[in-house]
Design a protein around this ligand. Structure first.
Ligand code: ZN
Ligand code: ZN
Length: 263
């Protein structure tokens, strides 16, 4: 252990790191940039964790029955500089950013204790992990596990389908996109334990829901999910974007009826 620390101190001395965002010397993601993130706060949907005007159960969650996932949360809103750091971790291989990014998760869990005894990172598809060389969620989960002295269960669920990017999809399309994307490697292996799914970013939570389903098949009793950043989902299309004519749009705009396309 001391050898490891001495070595990293030496490396730090010879190759001091700079903040990925502001380029200040010292650490890979400086405290000042870390503090710029906006916390999602307490006004969220208690189940899916999306930001609301007050703490409640959002209309989407009211419509859908509760799955095995008790609740999900994002610590801060997805935006610079955090998004920049997450991007650098994933696409520029700056794995040294896992620790400061996991710091958001640890700080959140210290002030908002959730009931779990082990951590499970959201897996990447094996091909993507091989190309990237690591799974960023696993790096985050390991850092949290180390800080909170909790076991990290890797490999209990796998991603069996490489899912296309979700950025431009609606809520329902996202749910369809990730349905059955995950599977338990050994059904029942977790035997009723309580687990926290860890991911870097969540948008609608469709991925976390699908991963929770697989974790449930692996035997997990209670499941919560936590992501570093919560991204705003793409706004639902306006009436004139779903193929309505000007007259219908005018009626909708005038409040005559509301357009409900089932989402
Ligand atoms: Zn900085
Ligand atoms: Zn909700």
């Amino acid at each position: 252990m001391w050898r490891e620390r001495l070595w990293s101190a030496l490396v730090e001395l010879i190759f001091p790191s700079r903040c990925v965002f502001c380029r200040r010397w010292g650490t890979p993601f400086c405290r000042r940039c870390q503090a710029e993130a906006t916390p999602v706060g307490e006004a969220v949907c208690v189940r899916c964790g999306q930001a609301m005007t007050e703490r409640c159960l959002c209309p989407d969650c009211r419509r859908t029955p509760a799955g095995p996932l008790r609740g999900m949360r994002g610590v801060v809103f997805y935006g610079r500089p955090v998004s920049f750091a997450i991007h650098a971790l994933k696409y520029r291989g700056m794995t040294e950013l896992a620790r400061p990014l996991a710091g958001y998760l640890v700080a959140y869990l210290q002030t908002h204790p959730l009931p779990f005894d082990g951590l499970v990172p959201v897996p990447l598809h094996p091909e993507r992990e091989a190309t990237r060389g690591f799974n960023q969620s696993a790096l985050l989960a390991r850092e949290v596990g180390r800080a909170l002295r909790l076991p990290v269960h890797e490999g209990v669920i796998v991603r069996r389908r490489a899912t296309p990017p979700q950025v431009h999809l609606t809520r329902q399309q996202r749910l369809d996109n990730v349905k059955d994307a995950f599977a338990a490697t050994a059904p029942g292996v977790l035997a009723g334990g309580r687990f926290l799914l860890v991911d870097d970013v969540c948008t609608t939570g469709a991925t976390l829901q699908a991963a929770a389903q697989a974790l449930h098949e692996a035997g997990a009793g209670e499941i919560w999910a936590l992501a570093v950043a919560r991204a705003h989902p793409k706004p639902e299309p306006e009436p004139w974007q779903v193929g309505l004519g000007p007259a219908e749009v005018f009626i909708a705009w005038a409040g005559g009826w509301t357009v409900d396309d089932g989402r």
